[in-house]
Design a protein around this ligand. Structure first.
Ligand code: HEC
Ligand code: HEC
Length: 153
């Protein structure tokens, strides 16, 4: 019995030793690189420059039924449980006065296609689908082509 206890104790001491060795050697990126680049764990990567958002709708749609890109700045626009800045301009109630496009009726439909009196919860978080237009490099190269009906060349 005593021997067994000693064996268990020394085994756990060994394991703690291994764990400590790893903790003491945190260098490198641990083999983890993200699509946004690689940086050492201890370093904070400098932030990218802000993207430029052109004011006119310059980037055209790539497929039918694509959520239109946002042709304006959205910095500081709160979309949370308490407030939805986007709807302050884009809701049916406010759009006319704000000179903004009103959200289409699909934004009032629920999963069963019933039209609700207010924006559907599944369309509440606008930025899940709409992004500001920017000339951003794709994170992964791809050979995606526009659907035929929208192709100009
Ligand atoms: C201060 C008012 C205002 C706010 C707030 C606002 N927008 Fe807009 N938005 C506009 C106006 C005005 C346009 C029409 C184009 C233009 O003049 O820039 C527009 C255009 C758009 C379009 C393009 C519509 C189309 O038919 O192509 C989308 C998408 C859009 N906004 C999404 C959003 C989202 C998402 C938010 C919140 C993050 C938001 N907007 C907040 C005023 C606003
Ligand atoms: C689940 C994805 C999704 C979410 C979330 C969403 N939209 Fe859309 N939106 C779309 C799609 C798809 C279209 C184009 C087809 C359509 O009108 O349904 C669109 C169209 C629009 C248009 C153009 C309407 C028109 O008549 O041309 C505006 C403006 C807009 N959305 C604003 C918003 C705002 C503001 C929010 C947040 C309150 C929002 N969207 C949330 C998918 C979404």
């Amino acid at each position: 019995m005593k021997k067994l206890l000693v064996a268990i104790l020394s085994l756990s001491a060994l394991l703690v030793g291994v764990a400590q060795a790893e903790l003491n050697n945190p260098g490198g990126i641990g083999g983890v690189e993200s699509l946004r680049g690689a940086s050492e764990l201890e370093d904070t990567r400098p932030a990218d420059d802000f993207k430029k958002y052109p004011r006119d709708q310059v980037i055209e749609s790539d497929y039918v039924y694509q959520p239109p890109l946002i042709p304006h700045q959205i910095r500081g626009y709160e979309v949370s449980l308490n407030a939805n800045k986007c709807l302050a301009c884009h809701s049916w109630k406010n759009a006319k006065e704000m000179g903004a496009t009103k959200v289409s009726v699909t934004h009032y439909q629920n999963r069963e296609d019933a039209v609700l009196a207010d924006v559907s919860p599944r369309r509440y978080f606008c930025l899940q689908c709409h992004v500001p237009q920017a000339d951003a490099k794709p994170l992964i190269q791809n050979d995606f082509k526009r659907v035929d009906s929208l192709r100009t060349e």
